[in-house]
Design a protein around this ligand. Structure first.
Ligand code: XMP
Length: 538
């Protein structure tokens, strides 16, 4: 026995060379441009299955073969398979012998590519619909039984009219006679509805049956495994090099920093840039957590004077954002040089930032606002990026934070934008207005926490409007600013709904703000969704 090589150790040291997908069972999702493709990935990850989303037109035969998925899912999309240049799945998808699950457009292209027929228009279905289950199938086992009616969410114009050889019907709806089809021998499945959205109540279970029963995934994607692999990968990448990490106090950069610290200890230095436009106590909390609690080397850059000086008289939102971005880089660059030979820059880039979305228009997208992070740095400073969260969604980052032992309060914090309070104050920024806004924001969040609503809300904050209105307090006239309150629910910040607070709650917050915050005499609540609004006001 002792003559045997120690394969365990060997494997462990090899591990970092492998991509995440090589270490876990994985599914490939080919994206045809649906608004909800990301939700397919989320549902799979929730069942412990690692998956990647690739645009259909970037997935050639060799790449798909090399990826070697246990199954392939074809997403929905905005096109019609009846159009001349309609997108289709590469033939290899149906030739590899792996299970395939087509959703909406994905079902239609599968049917057409395999010799069936799709028809257009007569029977459009949008929103909630009911399907009748007519046959048994392994993919519906334990979830749907023949004879039952089940709720699903539909969004289609075209529908399957004739099945390819080998397929049979599992469920039908009024507008889609082939709402759920299966070819059990080839393990090809298709649904006209969207199992990935919550409005299809058993959709997640159907997807789980596909991954676990049909593709035979065991669900080996856990945060504990991810943490171990990520630590090994970071060590492999940076060796004994120095890493700097821009810390904003937000969840993504905080989890990145704690993970890096676990991997490389004090080879890591964090830089927290206090722009003078942070919320009350923000800087103290960040410094306390990282320097005092985690013992992570942290440089606290107190550069409020610099930022506020350069922003004097600036009212245009894009000029504000660009000025802040530029100053941030200058401060960061100066400090990084002082730290010495740092070769790496750590960033909390997430999977939604990495996924290439399918563009059918082909045109450049419009800049709504210039988000700033430290992304401009590597080119200017010759730094290599370390991005350990690239494979994760926001809720997975939060899970990883908990796995790393970070306090729930910190991990569950609402997102806070890089430009800080600057973009919550339309018009010119002044110290006086910042002070007023900080206090109002504090009162608002205090009430949200007291009402037990903080975790239900994606993001909540106060905005100080550049408008003064007349009021009456006691026997006197007031002429003060208007404060707008914003609270939204969202899954990823890309779309959002306003949060439906009770009138009683809003009344209570309004009274407290007007009583406690000098400078505000009127409060409004913003009930705009995104789109057409954005979450922040600038
Ligand atoms: P919008 O306002 O574009 O915001 O609907 C979507 C999400 O992004 C945050 N946000 C930013 N985060 N730097 C950041 O790090 C920025 O410049 C920035 N601008 C907006 C915003 O708070 C929301 O969560």
């Amino acid at each position: 026995m002792s003559a045997q090589p120690d394969t365990t150790t060997e494997n462990q040291s090899d591990t970092p060379d492998l991509e995440v997908h090589e270490q876990h069972e994985h599914i490939l999702i080919l994206d045809f441009g649906s608004q909800v493709t990301q939700l397919i990935a989320r549902r799979l990850r929730e069942s412990g299955v690692y998956c990647e989303i690739w645009p259909f037109n970037h997935a050639d035969e060799d790449k798909i073969k090399a990826f070697d998925p246990k199954g392939i899912i074809l997403s929905g999309g905005p096109c019609s398979v009846l159009d001349d240049d309609a997108p289709s799945a590469p033939d290899i998808v149906f030739e590899m012998g792996v299970p395939v699950f087509g959703i909406c457009y994905g079902q239609q292209t599968m049917v057409q590519q395999l010799g069936g027929k799709v028809e257009g228009e007569q029977s459009r279905e949008f929103g909630r619909a009911t399907v009748e289950v007519v046959d048994e199938s392994k993919i519906a086992a334990g979830v749907w039984s023949p004879g039952n009616e089940e709720q699903v969410w539909m969004s289609h114009g075209d529908h399957v009219a004739e099945l390819p050889d080998g397929f049979r019907v599992i469920a039908k709806s009024e507008g889609a006679p082939f709402a759920f089809i299966a070819d059990t021998d080839r393990r090809f499945y298709g649904v006209q509805f969207h199992p990935e959205v919550v409005h299809t109540p058993h959709g997640k279970d159907l997807l789980r049956n596909f991954t676990h029963n049909i593709c035979r995934c065991s669900g080996d994607w856990t945060m504990a495994a991810f943490r171990e692999e990520a630590v090994a990968k970071i060590r492999e990448q940076v060796g004994d090099g120095k890493v700097i990490c821009g810390l904003s106090g937000g969840v993504d950069s905080s989890v990145t920093a704690v993970l890096l610290h676990e991997a490389i200890g004090d080879q890591l230095t964090c830089i927290y840039v206090d722009t003078g436009m942070m919320r009350s106590n923000e800087s103290a909390q960040v410094v306390e957590l990282f320097r005092d609690h985690y013992n992570i080397p942290l440089i606290h850059e107190d550069v409020g004077d610099l930022f506020l000086g350069e922003l004097e008289g600036v009212a245009d939102p894009e000029v504000k954002r660009k000025t802040i971005g530029r100053l941030f880089i200058e401060v960061f660059e100066k400090r990084a040089k002082e730290i010495g030979d740092a070769k790496y820059l750590a960033q909390g880039t997430l999977y939604p930032d990495v996924i290439e979305s399918v563009s059918f228009t082909g045109g450049p997208s419009v800049t709504i606002k210039s988000h700033h992070n430290v992304g401009g740095l590597p080119e200017r400073m010759d730094l290599q990026l370390v991005e350990p969260l690239r494979e994760l969604f926001k809720d997975e980052v939060r899970e990883l934070g908990v796995e790393l032992g970070m306090h729930e309060d910190f991990v569950k914090r609402h997102p806070f934008p890089g430009p800080g309070l600057a973009i919550r104050m339309p018009g010119e920024i002044t110290r006086e207005k910042l002070q007023i806004l900080r206090k109002a924001d504090d009162v608002y969040l205090d009430e949200i926490r007291k009402a037990g609503l903080y975790d239900e809300i994606w993001q909540a904050f106060a905005v100080l409007l550049p408008v003064k209105t007349v009021g009456v307090m006691g026997d006197g006239r007031t002429y003060d600013y208007v404060c707008a309150l914003r609270a939204v629910t969202s899954t990823d910040g890309m779309t959002a709904d306003y949060y439906p607070f009770s009138h009683e709650f809003l009344g209570r917050v309004s009274t407290r703000i007007i009583n406690e915050v000098h400078g505000i005499n009127r409060v409004t609540y913003d009930i705009t969704s995104k789109p057409p609004g954005t979450i922040e006001w600038e």
